[in-house]
Design a protein around this ligand. Structure first.
Ligand SMILES: [Zn+2]
Length: 289
């Protein structure tokens, strides 16, 4: 894997303090703005991180998902719950662009609700799945080069911003794709949450190959402002996910083998679906300044 040293995505060349090392990566905090970010970080992300093994990984605790495409029913349930929080913002269904749409689960939910949908997904294996499910082409260009040729009432970035080398640049582009009155809705993990602070380096969102930045409510507002956007609401409600119990057991291994041992006997119940919300992710609605 190729690595590169980077500086703060919000203020450029400011000095930083080391939070912790996990070879070959280091998590740092910018001394100027407080943004947490990984440097050195992986280069060539599309080739080296988001290949087919990312979506069906044997090591999902460290990187990727154990079977992303197989989780469609649960993802739809999760997004249907999130849509209930977003829908009141819009007088009627409009046009939505989902940036990083993965297998298209959110767009399927939006289609059913009467929206006109468009997806952007640079990872080829996932894009093919989304296209098959949606029965429509999905754009595969680099977000920083993408030219949609139309505007949208809603641009969504679910679990996307933390993966991007230039989050402010990406938000600026997303803003330029908004129709008058349009909004950006994004979800990202909150490094200032109780769970993140209590778990320290064992926090399950420290996955250094893919999570390049870790926002707090303060640094996320700064990033949005730098992109010409302001936060109109921020919530942890509906930021949870429906998962199968075996997913929870697998991820709990990050806490230590004791956690897996404690939870594994519950699998005798038959791997039920559970809704988990550790309140360590935030859903933010933003509009142009
Ligand atoms: Zn900074």
């Amino acid at each position: 894997m190729n690595l590169c040293e980077v500086s703060c995505a919000l203020c450029g060349d400011a000095p930083s303090s080391v939070r912790f090392h996990e070879e070959p990566f280091t998590v740092r905090t910018c001394d100027s703005c407080g943004l947490d970010y990984v440097s050195p970080r992986a280069l060539d992300l599309i080739e080296s991180v988001y290949d087919a093994t990312y979506w069906r990984s044997d090591a999902a605790r460290r990187k990727g998902y154990s079977d992303y495409a197989g989780d469609l029913a649960l993802q739809r349930k999760t997004f249907a719950r999130r849509l209930r929080g977003i829908e009141p913002l819009f007088p009627r269904p409009g046009r939505v662009l989902d940036v990083g749409c993965a297998g298209g689960a959110f767009l399927l939910v939006m289609l059913e609700s009467g929206w006109t949908v468009r997806g952007l997904e640079p990872s080829e294996p996932m894009r093919a799945i989304a296209e098959e499910r949606l029965g429509a082409p999905v754009d595969g260009s680099d977000l920083m080069l993408f030219e949609p040729g139309e505007t949208f009432d809603l641009v969504t970035l679910w679990d996307v911003l933390e993966h991007l080398p230039d989050p402010v640049g990406a938000l600026r582009r997303a803003r330029s794709w908004l129709a008058p009155g349009g909004r950006i809705v994004l979800e990202t993990q909150n490094v200032a949450s109780l769970a993140a602070r209590a778990l320290g380096r064992r926090w399950h969102h420290y996955k250094h190959e893919e999570h390049l930045v870790h926002f707090s409510p303060t640094t996320l507002s700064r990033a949005l402002a730098a992109a010409g956007l302001r936060v109109t609401s921020r919530t942890t409600r509906a930021a949870g996910k429906y998962v199968r119990l075996d997913f929870l057991v697998e991820r709990s291994g990050r806490l230590g083998p004791w956690a897996t041992r404690a939870l594994a006997p519950l699998l005798a119940l038959g791997n039920p679906v559970v809704y988990i919300n550790p309140l360590d992710e935030m859903i933010v609605v933003a509009e142009p300044l």
